[in-house]
Design a protein around this ligand. Structure first.
Ligand code: PGA
Length: 249
């Protein structure tokens, strides 16, 4: 049985004070049982969220990590630093990092291996095709190549601990959601690909989220798809009431 997992991705939104007021409100709400919930926030918000979410069952996540433990990497944050904070998950390879900050499948792979071999932190790996690639009918080819490169060198145990977020780039922040059929088709394809690489048992257990304009109005239909186990939610995770409606799908 795969447990539903809904994660918010705050991107570069919310100061510490804003994070604090979100967290105090959000933790006071009644949430449906059996759904894992996380907020992946800017680094400065992480200590605030860790404290504010203590004993609430709500997890705190980072949005990036460096693949070295220390060194001359101005502006970067390492795994030992995240471990000290006690974060439970970490987004890796978000399309915005791939597009604007030079993230490649090679660096994504190094970061995943770092998290999986050096900590119990759950990586949330983002994959997904661009609009031109979808229009050219190349979405499965593009995502298959990402999965192969991003999972390179992993053991089955490491693969199964990785959460995959399928995020078609054309659906991120655009209000344009993939139809539930399109999202399911790709998530089923990703599961099949994981099966080819790591065996059926891993494929049956791995958690696959959909991301891209998930909101209260469409979450139910998305979560009803057999190969979609959760959602990575950007814009709609910034508002505590909207995010509550989503996690209570
Ligand atoms: P969105 O972002 O929900 O605002 O489309 C999703 C994401 O980038 O993870």
């Amino acid at each position: 049985m795969r447990q539903p997992f809904i994660a918010g991705n705050w991107k570069m939104y919310k100061t510490m004070a804003e994070a604090e007021s979100f967290a105090q409100l959000f933790r006071s709400y009644k949430r449906k049982e059996g759904v894992k919930v996380a907020i992946c926030a800017p680094f400065t918000d992480l200590p605030v969220l860790k404290r504010a979410f203590s004993y609430s069952g709500i997890m705190t996540g980072a949005q990036n990590v460096h693949f070295e433990d220390r060194g001359a990497y101005t502006g970067e944050v390492s795994l030992p630093m995240l471990k000290e904070l006690g974060v439970e998950c970490c987004v890796v390879g978000h399309s915005e990092r791939r597009a604007y900050f030079g993230e490649t499948d090679e660096t994504v792979n190094k970061k995943l291996l770092k998290l999986l071999s050096g900590s119990q932190i759950t990586p949330i790996l983002c994959v997904g095709e661009r609009l031109e690639e979808r229009e050219a009918g190349r979405q499965t080819e593009v995502v298959a190549a990402q999965i192969e490169k991003d999972f390179a060198g992993m053991t089955e145990d490491q693969a199964v601990r990785t959460v995959i977020a399928y995020e078609p780039i054309w659906a991120i922040g655009t209000g344009k959601t993939a139809t539930p059929d399109q999202a399911e088709e790709m998530c089923a394809f990703i599961r099949k690909k994981i099966g080819e690489l790591f065996g059926q048992e891993t494929a049956d257990q791995i958690i696959i989220q959909y991301g891209g304009s998930v909101k209260p109005a469409n979450v139910k239909e998305i979560m009803a798809q057999p190969d979609i186990d959760g959602a990575l939610v950007g814009g709609a995770s910034l508002d505590p009431e909207k995010f509550l409606e989503i996690v209570n799908f």
